[in-house]
Design a protein around this ligand. Structure first.
Ligand code: HEC
Ligand code: HEC
Length: 162
């Protein structure tokens, strides 16, 4: 391997990319499927009337989440277990529209969205935990390792929606 190749591979390792990856990485490739997992979707639907979110049926309460989703259950600090506003419900959107929506919701700032995807505690609860006051629900297949690999590759490739 020549010096340039070596430098490229070190960058790949740093970003967690498969060595030699040259194909552009699209949102539709892997990330979209993760967004469709019920652990993500159910929370994003929480305040959405259109999707009959939980606040309109099983929950009927927009506050005091931590009383039941305690720190021990959610694995995150108090105050972090919360549902997004109705505008963050991406139910029914295809890959391109989901991607555009999440960019818009993060103020069209790719940097903010990238940071969110790499360290939001709720995302990691959905990927690795899944514990609720009624017991453990299935977490997303592949867990955070698979998510971080796909997210880092997409971010490194420029975060394209198309
Ligand atoms: C416990 C509820 C909850 C779960 C579970 C959850 N989220 Fe979120 N999500 C939120 C909240 C609250 C925000 C808004 C956070 C903010 O504004 O900083 C958010 C924001 C986001 C955003 C930024 C903008 C937007 O419109 O969506 C993305 C992207 C996102 N979540 C993806 C995911 C993915 C992917 C999963 C599953 C792997 C997931 N979320 C699981 C509550 C949740
Ligand atoms: C009175 C106790 C209680 C309170 C308060 C409560 N929850 Fe829940 N929550 C539960 C129980 C029990 C479950 C599991 C059964 C179910 O899905 O409804 C659950 C499940 C959920 C789920 C579904 C998780 C999944 O992936 O399927 C979400 C999202 C959720 N709660 C969000 C919230 C939010 C946001 C709040 C605060 C606005 C809140 N909860 C307040 C008891 C509570």
């Amino acid at each position: 391997m020549n010096r340039v190749g070596l430098a490229v591979c070190l960058a790949c390792l740093f970003l967690g990319l498969p060595v030699g990856a040259a194909e552009p990485v699209k949102f539709a490739d892997e990330l979209y499927a993760k967004f469709q997992h019920p652990r993500c979707l159910t929370c994003h639907q929480f305040n959405s009337r259109r999707s009959n979110g939980k606040v309109f049926n099983s929950h009927r309460n927009r506050f005091l989440c931590d009383n039941c989703h305690t720190q021990r259950i959610s694995g995150m600090p108090r105050g972090e277990w919360m549902a997004p506003p109705e505008a963050m419900d991406y139910t029914g959107l295809g890959p391109e529209d989901t991607c555009k929506l999440i960019k818009r919701n993060m103020g069209s700032s790719d940097a903010r969205l990238a940071a969110h995807m790499l360290d939001d505690p709720r995302i990691f609860w959905a990927l690795d935990n899944g514990m609720t006051p009624a017991g453990k629900f299935p977490s997303a297949p592949g867990g955070s390792a698979d998510w971080l690999r796909a997210a880092r590759a997409w971010i490194a490739d420029g975060m394209h929606c198309e």
